[in-house]
Design a protein around this ligand. Structure first.
Ligand code: ADP
Ligand code: AMP
Length: 213
């Protein structure tokens, strides 16, 4: 099963993608996590990506697309995957579509996690991330067992640089301009499924599972 998560930054794509990946036994692929791992390891790609990410801008398609196509060509993606944060532009979606087409394949579902902008700034300012394993928490809604420490790997949790309110506003603007058009793109392909992302995370997950079965 090949699934794409759509939705504004902070809508809960990553939270749901991890649960989907676990339930269906498929890899969770987050381009944001890949960029952050590159930043942490000080790679050239990481250095270049960071200049865009810190401003709330998208990393250019030239850097993003190849990275993603290489990742989905790996052995563990044979039976499907859940993409979180890719595609984010129509050209990215077209490249993915073409690459899958050439293999006689296609995206099965594009799950749109719908959360209004008013809720997003709160979600992002409360988000705490583990840069070591990619786990995310929320100070109020989904707190870690021990304050400031990742439940999974014991590393410290941080407020992402791009989750500061001034950057969040820019990311929302970029989302509406460049990513939201994907909702029409996947509607036309007949694979779009929308869930109400303002519900409790377990209820959002139950709604997604119902749509996928
Ligand atoms: P995205 O991957 O779309 O950017 P995340 O999955 O990281 O979003 O979620 C953004 C923030 O909102 C995180 O702090 C997360 O813990 C929290 N969150 C996710 N889903 C919900 C939910 N259903 N209700 C409340 N908070 C949530
Ligand atoms: P995310 O973790 O999905 O919120 O992504 C964090 C940041 O990484 C985004 O604000 C972008 O700067 C960059 N990014 C992640 N995925 C993509 C993508 N598919 N295209 C362009 N930029 C991306």
């Amino acid at each position: 099963m090949k699934i794409i998560m759509l939705g504004a930054p902070g809508a809960g794509k990553g939270t749901q993608a991890k649960m989907i990946a676990e339930k269906y036994g498929i890899p969770h692929i987050s381009t944001g996590d890949i960029f952050r791992a590159n930043i942490k390891n000080g790679t050239e790609l990481g250095k270049e990506a960071k200049t865009y990410m810190d401003k709330g801008l998208l990393v250019p398609d030239e850097l993003t697309v190849k990275l993603l196509l290489d990742r989905v060509a790996q052995e563990d993606c044979k039976n499907g995957y859940v993409l979180d944060g890719f595609p984010r532009t129509i050209p990215q979606a077209e490249v993915l579509d073409k690459a899958l087409n050439e293999l006689g394949d296609k995206i099965d579902y594009a799950v749109n996690v719908d959360v209004p902008d008013e809720n997003i700034v709160n979600r992002m300012s409360g988000r705490r991330a583990c840069l070591a394993c990619g786990a995310t928490y929320h100070l109020v809604h989904i707190p870690p067992k021990k304050e400031g420490i990742c439940d999974n790997c014991g590393q410290p949790l941080v407020l992402r640089d791009d989750d500061k309110p001034e950057t969040v506003k820019n990311r929302l603007k970029v989302y509406h301009e460049q990513t939201q058009p994907l909702i029409d793109f996947y509607t036309q392909k007949g694979v779009l499924k929308t869930v109400d992302g303002t519900q409790d995370m377990q209820d959002v997950f139950a709604a997604i599972v119902a749509l996928l079965s």
